[in-house]
Design a protein around this ligand. Structure first.
Ligand code: A2P
Length: 340
């Protein structure tokens, strides 16, 4: 199986390489692509230096392409990659809402990946982190309404966002003025309730992604859900406060027990020991942390909870690799179709 990464030099590309190092995914060749800026540089993988190539305008000689170079690159080039015979697992939002493109979180709706037509979309990072927790609760208790508030790290804006947080924090601490570039406003010592572009309904696109994508992955187009997405000066890992109104009442104890058995989830919930989800403990971890599980004071029989998950891992790179693993384990990766 010939594997390619487009966007290999970015924040998610970096994580893809490290997840692939540990992965059981079986491949014979790894090709790395980025923009002309990075052409000729090398990245190391399992002790070997691999040269980064310029992303070509047309087909790529690979069986599976993990794309993480942004929506415009995917939109422009993925059709040619598919025409060349490759399966594209796309990390951008370019195809997520197309009816014939599965949007897949393997722990929740892995079987949807089997019905692809050349492109599988990797969901939005904030959605992936909550859907691992919401899907099992929905199955047992039926979510009537979900209200989500997010605390999203700088890593959501890629390597540029992380660098801006670090350099500007240093600048501000030394009395210098920070000019925002990756974000709409300076990020050090601030909160920015604005991620992606505003929509006609007053929500941001990031907030609507959570609504649209949670419904598509869970397979319930009527799920009532709303989100307020906020960028916070945290380097890595997104957190979310979630309020749930349920069809059937849940106790925190029963919810905790259910989530202990949910794949991809770690229950971290012992307030007496100051144990709860945090970006610092979630970073670098494959599982998403859930805790602060308590009975809702607003919705009788409902729940309040808090999740933290590594946006670059489960929220992006890890999920993409897990989709490829899911297909390979089921013998569903068609190889050698790409004749380029
Ligand atoms: P490069 O590093 O050469 O600019 P991030 O999300 O961290 O900003 O990373 C974006 C990734 O997408 C990088 O690997 C970047 O490569 C790559 N990229 C950006 N623009 C293009 C493009 N037009 N064609 C191919 N790759 C691109």
């Amino acid at each position: 199986m010939r594997l390619a990464i487009v966007g290999a030099t970015g924040a998610v590309g970096h994580e893809l390489l490290s997840v692939l190092e540990q992965s059981s995914l079986n491949f014979s060749e790894l090709q790395l692509y980025a923009s002309p800026r990075s052409a000729g540089s090398t990245l190391s993988f399992r002790g070997q230096e691999i040269t980064v190539q310029v992303t070509p305008d047309g087909a790529i000689p690979a069986d599976v392409i993990l794309a993480s170079a942004g929506g415009s690159v995917s939109k422009a080039l993925a059709p040619a990659w598919v025409a060349g015979g490759a399966l594209v697992i796309d990390n951008s939002s370019a195809f997520r809402y197309d009816d014939d493109v599965p949007l897949v979180c393997p722990e929740v709706n892995g079987e949807a990946a089997l019905r692809h037509h050349g492109i599988i979309a990797n969901p939005n990072c904030t959605t992936l982190i909550e859907v691992l927790v919401l899907a099992p609760l929905h199955r047992v208790y039926g979510i009537k309404r979900a209200i989500i508030s997010t605390y999203q790290s700088a890593s959501g804006a890629g390597a540029r966002g992380m660098e801006e947080l670090e350099t500007q924090t240093h600048m501000v601490l030394h009395g210098k003025v920070a000019e925002a570039s990756a974000f709409a406003h300076p990020i050090p010592f601030n909160l920015i309730p604005h991620i992606d572009v505003f929509q006609p309904n007053g929500y941001t696109k990031e907030e609507m992604k959570v609504v649209w994508e949670t419904r598509k992955i869970i397979g319930d187009p009527n799920l009532v859900i709303s989100c307020t997405a906020v960028r916070v000066p945290v380097l890595r890992s997104h957190s979310e406060a979630i309020t749930l109104e349920l069809e059937r009442p849940a106790t925190p104890e029963a919810a905790r027990e259910l989530l202990r058995h949910a794949p991809g989830v770690e229950v971290r919930d012992d307030p007496s020991a100051n144990l709860y989800p945090m970006p610092l403990t979630a970073s670098g971890k494959y599982d998403v942390e859930v805790g602060r599980i308590r009975a809702s004071l607003v919705f009788e029989g409902g729940l309040e909870l808090f999740v933290s998950g590594d946006q670059l891992l489960k929220g992006a790179a890890l999920n993409a690799v897990q989709i490829a693993e899911y297909l390979q384990e089921r013998g569903a990766l068609k190889l050698g179709v790409g004749q380029v």
